[in-house]
Design a protein around this ligand. Sequence first.
Ligand code: FAD
Length: 290
Amino acid sequence: MKIPELFKNGRTVFSFEVFPPKKDSDVSVVYNTLEQLGDLHPDFISVTYGAGGSAAGASTTELVRYIKENLHTESIAHLTCVNSTHADIDEKIKEFEENGIENVLALRGDINPNIPPKHEFLHASDLIEYMKPRSNLSFSGGCYPEVHPESASLVEDIHNLKKKVDAGASHLISQLFFDNNSFLEFLEKARIAGIEVPIEAGIMPCVNAKQIQRMVSMCGASLPLKFTKMINRYGDNPEAMRDAGIAYAVDQIIDLVAQGVDGIHLYTMNNPYIARKISESIEKVIRCDK
Ligand code: FAD
């Protein structure tokens, strides 16, 4: 099924993100995680892509295929392009189609100072423009409520996001944020700019203070006072931090659903316990008709 179809049933879409295991790790762990996530019946599960590769037997393509065939859940394969040639992407199209993959989250990828970009695809919009006429895939894209770090302003970033949608992205997933107002203000501006495709809110539960500080330094998410007080109070107590982080994410989700957002995309960090706790807390909320 193509992802935009999921947004037509009048309910908030609820989806998960997982990442493939690193090279040389035990791949049975990720398959076990997927089984547990599948039991929570998300609308779809997306699988990230690392240009550096993943453990044998658990690539992005293999996990997406597993999710579709064994969990009977729709899935999206992430794909980055900054370090790819046109021939690499031709190979990917073939690989996706041979494995029954229908949905791709088309991304530029971060520019690694140690790996010179190939300069064949400069932006995610170039990737979509190239792949769309050569495949029957459906394309999603990333978006940034608090502005992509390389953009000079929100106006510039939204202008570029419109190019991505015009190129063929029919669904967007946002970068993580901890302040719902930043997402709701971004959403309003995107709609004014004529971006009409479904936009999912990306929620990352803060269950480990150090991990979140690292993520935030990379993506620049702003931290509301309520959030920093939570980290300061519970950051050194893993169990308290986990429970507080889950409660904070649930609070964010309930507010966003009440505001009528199209969907919630949960960054599960491959942690089925956290995904389960959150899913159980919002089950009735998320399935409520709009
Ligand atoms: P782009 O859309 O190309 O945007 C990058 C910059 O260029 C922005 O400043 C934008 O304003 C500007 N721009 C965009 N289009 C144009 C244009 N046509 N003309 C001029 N300027 C333009 N990374 C991974 O490596 N693997 C993953 O699996 C992965 N998953 C992600 C999932 C989500 C939901 C998100 C939000 C990000 C993910 N990332 C992933 C990170 C992503 O690769 C980085 O944020 C990267 O820096 C930007 O990717 P993008 O596709 O948003 O880039």
